[in-house]
Design a protein around this ligand. Sequence first.
Ligand code: ADP
Ligand code: MG
Length: 388
Amino acid sequence: MKTEQTECSKAMEQKIHDEFSTRFGGEGTLYASAGRINLIGEHTDYNGGFVFPGAIDKVIMAEIRPNDSDRVRVYSVDINETAEFGLNEEDAPKEQWARYIFGVCREVIKRGGTVKGFDAVFAGNVPLGAGLSSSAALESCFAFAMNDMFNDNKIDKFELAKIGQSTEHNYCGVNCGIMDQFASVFGKKDCLMRLDCRSLEFEYFPFKLDGYTLVLVDSRVKHELVDSPYNKRRQSCERVAAKLGIETLRDATMEDLKRIESEISEEDYKRAEYVIGEKQRVLDVCDALGRGDYETVGERMYQTHEGMSKLYEVSCEELDFLNDVARECGVTGSRIMGGGFGGCTINLVKNDLYEPFVNVVTKKFADKYGHEPKIYPVIISDGARRLS
Ligand code: ADP
Ligand code: MG
């Protein structure tokens, strides 16, 4: 798998370079950034808790060169479109994909940084809209490049992540947290990062999967629910925290929750039980990784799935089915990755079980739901960087 990925990156690099020299002549500087996974810690960010992401070997790559003008000209290899725009607020391009790049430029400028005109060609292999955050990869690739090219790398890395997040908020209409851009900017080969969503402090944890593979199984379903379930979950958490007189559930224990059981609704109780459990599970996983104890890591992943399904109620039939099949196949750990109601499961699989698991889950899922899931093995890799 490792070599396939390297081949794939080389081919992408070549394609980008060929397009660059055809369209603009000569060559630019090559940058890349990555999509991300989150091993554990779901619906914890808005509760002031922890997430545990890492960057992956699925990337966005861009060749970029200043063009001595105040215009940006970009070609997207994957969409096969060109966009051209200026750098003032009123110059926003109409192409959605180009708004990510425009947004990054604007957010750098708004922070007092410099961006000048440039030519660029980019491509990627982060699957779009699968929950691996191709948008954060795109933002952090260009944010890193703008910093390197025009600002002597004076913008600190956390600010680069925030530039990506603000791009989503202000130019793409997505009200996201900081995790995706954080992971994409700070990602390091063979390391996961525990991010404290309250203090924004973080720590690297070595994650060398000796004898195991991480694989995502994408159900390719997304259930759009009518009554904004995310807001309802948030409100439950806020009500319980208010009852306990604390700011977020980060500071609550199971004992605290039991104490007020009779004063809150059964539903709010379940929601809080999940969140409080999840905070502890992230910490348990960090401890277990320190001992190389992947069995415990896997157990906690299953417990997270169970909690998301039964207590937080953000799973769906297809994801529960994928989880059941993983268990039947003896997969070490499996759970929903992301907010829920569709998307992927993330699976920690012993190498000798990898092929049988992928075959069985693909067949069983297709038999039941009429389409095959997508399978993405991932390797924890570097985030934003310059390649040439
Ligand atoms: P994700 O969960 O993958 O981040 P989003 O909907 O947030 O999904 O972002 C996907 C969008 O990001 C695409 O619609 C496109 O505008 C942009 N994008 C991501 N990858 C590419 C790419 N390789 N080429 C062009 N645009 C891309
Ligand atoms: Mg996104």
